[in-house]
Write a protein that binds this ligand. Structure first.
Ligand code: SF4
Length: 213
């Protein structure tokens, strides 16, 4: 199957069957989303959603967070993975938001990556979810699902996957396609045993087409 045909089939299927796809992290503004995404590294959204209400309540703005310390923030986030590092990142991030960005979460991928705790994936999530930019954040699900379906050719790195997906997916669709692939990887095309019988992408999926007996 030609790659264009595969992309077309997959995107059409998602478009028809998953018209709404959004982040499962809870947030009310860009500052809160940035915190939630930093906390979600190597951690489930469900766990993050359990601890953010108290954190957002007591640290409602970057100013308040910037005036705090990692030791104080640690107590709020101790149940997520890597709480020590993340507490340092959150306070550092808030301080830089105030000192360098006037308290406003930037929209530029390079500027976002200057913030402590913000790598390329997090920067892409913010640019896409908050600012609706055509940025494709590649997490473990997107990376795996894209390779399995054959949207990428056994890509070796998240950056390779990102570039390939951005090249083939129409700009307007990139923000939602990110969520399609994540949710598909989380609930259907799961890492250990993909639920191929229940998957609507079978007609275009390289993994399915090459492994079925
Ligand atoms: S057919 Fe199977 S491997 Fe392919 S996308 Fe669906 S669940 Fe994943």
């Amino acid at each position: 199957m030609r790659k264009e045909e595969r992309y077309k089939g997959v995107l059409n299927w998602f478009n028809e069957n998953v018209p709404v796809a959004e982040t499962e992290l809870h947030y009310d503004n860009p500052y809160q989303l940035l915190i939630a995404v930093i906390l979600s590294a190597q951690c489930t959204d469900k766990r993050v959603n359990m601890i953010t209400p108290a954190l957002f309540e007591d640290f409602p703005t970057a100013e308040v967070m910037a005036a705090s310390t990692p030791e104080v923030i640690f107590e709020y986030i101790r149940s997520v993975s890597y709480p020590n590092n993340k507490a340092k990142h959150l306070v550092g991030m808030a301080r830089m938001l105030i000192s360098d960005f006037g308290g406003v979460v930037p929209s530029d991928i390079d500027e976002l990556q200057k913030l402590p705790g913000v790598g390329r994936k997090t920067a892409n999530v913010i640019a896409s979810v908050v600012y609706n930019k055509p940025a494709m954040a590649v997490d473990t699900h997107v990376f795996r699902v894209a390779n399995r379906i054959g949207l990428t050719n056994n890509s070796k790195t998240p950056l390779e996957t990102e570039k390939e997906l951005v090249k083939h997916i129409p700009e307007k669709m990139i923000p939602i396609a990110h969520h399609w692939l994540i949710l598909h990887g989380r609930y259907t095309c799961i890492a250990r045993k993909p639920k191929c019988e229940a998957c609507g992408l079978k007609p275009w999926c390289k993994h399915f087409l090459t492994t079925k007996t």
